[in-house]
Design a protein around this ligand. Structure first.
Ligand code: FES
Length: 166
């Protein structure tokens, strides 16, 4: 716990600033968890314990909230979150082949994150853009009429963004 805290002290300072700004800390658990996930990218047990102490809430309660809401994650996610829609319309148009191609090229399965923390891969239910099926979403960008042959170009594009920002 202490090592994690030392390595991430700046992030904990940001979290403290946010918690200190709250008027009603007792009823702010979900708000604090959202903010903490925004800062850390995920909610490891060290962050959950820290929040439980700061808000004076039982750690079991914090743990149960984090596990109840699918929005919260206890595993680090990639900088680029790739979501392949697996809803009925997209599936009928070959979404499974797209997901397979991403899995193959990234060397990970759906639900996992690449070792360099650049990409996370997930399958989603209908994202409400069936007219564009099959659909892939990367962070908030929607790609319609997606083909497995585009997987390589999309991955290269996001990798190239890293090379230009270094
Ligand atoms: S099924 Fe994919 S957007 Fe609706």
């Amino acid at each position: 716990m202490y090592d994690f805290y030392l390595h991430n002290k700046q992030l904990f300072d940001q979290l403290d600033t946010f918690i200190d700004s709250l008027e009603n800390k007792d009823s702010s658990l979900i708000q604090v968890l959202h903010h903490a996930q925004g800062i850390f990218g995920y909610l490891p047990k060290e962050v959950q314990l820290y929040i439980s102490k700061r808000l004076n809430i039982a750690s079991a309660k914090v743990y149960s909230i984090v596990n109840f809401y699918s929005y919260f994650t206890t595993e680090p996610k990639g900088k680029y979150k790739i979501s392949v829609c697996l809803g009925a319309v997209c599936f009928a148009k070959g979404a499974d082949k797209i997901l397979y191609e991403f899995e193959k090229q990234l060397g990970i399965k759906a639900g996992q994150t690449s070792k360099d923390l650049l990409f996370s891969l997930d399958g989603l239910r209908c994202v409400g853009a069936c007219g564009l099926a099959p659909v892939v979403v990367v962070n908030s960008k929607v790609y319609g009429q997606f083909k497995p042959e585009q997987v390589n170009d999309v991955l290269d594009y996001y990798k190239s963004l890293e090379n230009t920002t270094i």
